[in-house]
Design a protein around this ligand. Sequence first.
Ligand code: F6P
Length: 326
Amino acid sequence: MAEIKCIGILTSGGDAPGMNAAIRAVTRTAIYRGFTVKGILRGYRGLVNDEIIELKSQSVSNIIQQGGTMLKTARCREFETPEGRRTAYEHMTAAGIDALVVIGGDGSLTGASIFAREYNVPIVGLPGTIDNDLGGTDTTIGYDTALNTIMEAVDKLRDTASSHERLFFVEVMGHTAGYLALNGAIATGCEAAIIPEMETEVDQLGELINHGFRKSKNSAIVLVAENPRTGGAMGLAERVKQEFPQYDARVTILGHIQRGGSPTALDRILASRLGEAAIEAILEGQRNVMIGTQNGRIVYVPFQKAIRHDKTIDRDDLDLVRILSI
Ligand code: F6P
């Protein structure tokens, strides 16, 4: 394998708080280890369009606390085509980049895996997504911050739900995964969590809500994971309104607010550790792996395993929501 002298970094797909902390860690560790570093703007689009900048240690000053990504991000259709990837490879080699660190979610790592295979490029991935839906890792960069954003929002909704004695359906992101909804529900004492991994019938939900109202409460909040198949919180609220017109139901969709904000300490520490480990992995000759943590320890996860979508939801956590909300 040719000697690696220059490492390129890009962020791709949906942004996640902590991506900047990861860029900082990758850049500074790489420089410490004697590499030169280039930043690719707007994800894979920056490779296709040749938007590549030099990164020095000072380039990543004062970003650890900032949400978003200083390198910008995008979802790039052209990179999904063989022609787009050829252009990307030509620009990458012309810029002298020998290896890539890709920070993003499943779509970004799928792209990385194809590119690495086609052009024999050494690529290491970092899990950057609020959805926490990558396999082989305890958690992903941005997930903890998004959970905290959800917690703050639901705490506020609880005040008004309680004053008006209302039922709220609050929709959170997650792509096709229910982690944000489930753990958001535990953190805020919600009456139920509706997640794509598990079918919930309207009558089951009605039972849960009735139970809460009857027992001790005058209001209820149900956290609903986005789900185009069921229409998310809107779809669910409509069905519940028809079956249980006695409830004064409202819907709040938290949307992209979940992707912003200063990263929590947990996300900054995770991003820093993973960023450093990405460079160590390259030095060890690793390629086509995502850096993750398992039980807090750094692990190398093959791309195929990371993107397989077989991370399981703990059913006990759903029971926890139900038990603690009676
Ligand atoms: O994957 C991250 C994510 O925020 C998902 O939770 C959500 O479904 C999607 O991205 C939204 O994407 P966009 O930025 O294209 O609206």
